[in-house]
Design a protein around this ligand. Structure first.
Ligand code: THU
Length: 135
């Protein structure tokens, strides 16, 4: 299935990937977070010579949204400059869970993409509800 909005978001994510700082992996990732009020925030991966201090593209986009006051993100699109697939890492899936992301649009090889629910990508997730009186 193709959907024009998904393709626009992936194009924006790919454009953001062009701003990645990735001198160590040379893997340039871009992400777009679509807030519930329609605002769109982009991010790219920013690596560090102390590798563990690297920030992923999705975490950057979501942090930028959160810093602008967003508390609910409807969708995240992820793309990379490579032509292969660009699935979010486990940590980014958890970051998405915090802001209730519903759909994740992921670049797949040769210009294709797939749309997943976050529940598919992170089943039985730990989330904010567990810390707010649920136990
Ligand atoms: N990376 C992301 O930006 N997002 C992910 O979900 C997976 C990995 C980045 C981190 C690092 O700069 C490079 O890709 C290689 O791991």
């Amino acid at each position: 299935m193709t959907e024009p909005l998904h393709e626009v978001l992936l194009d924006q994510a790919r454009e953001a990937a062009g701003t990645a700082y990735a001198p160590y992996s040379d893997f340039h990732v871009g992400a777009v977070a679509v807030a519930d009020d329609g605002r769109v925030f982009t991010g790219a991966n920013v690596e560090n010579s102390a590798y563990g201090a690297t920030i992923c593209a999705e975490a950057n986009a979501i942090s930028t949204a959160a810093a602008a006051g967003v508390r609910k993100i409807d969708a995240v699109a992820v793309a990379c400059l490579d032509t292969g697939e660009c699935y979010p890492c486990g940590n980014c899936r958890q970051v998405m869970r915090e802001f209730n992301v519903e759909r994740v649009i992921v670049q797949e090889p040769n210009g294709s993409y797939r749309v997943h629910t976050l529940t598919e990508l992170l089943p039985h997730a730990f989330g904010p509800d567990q810390l707010s009186g649920g136990g």
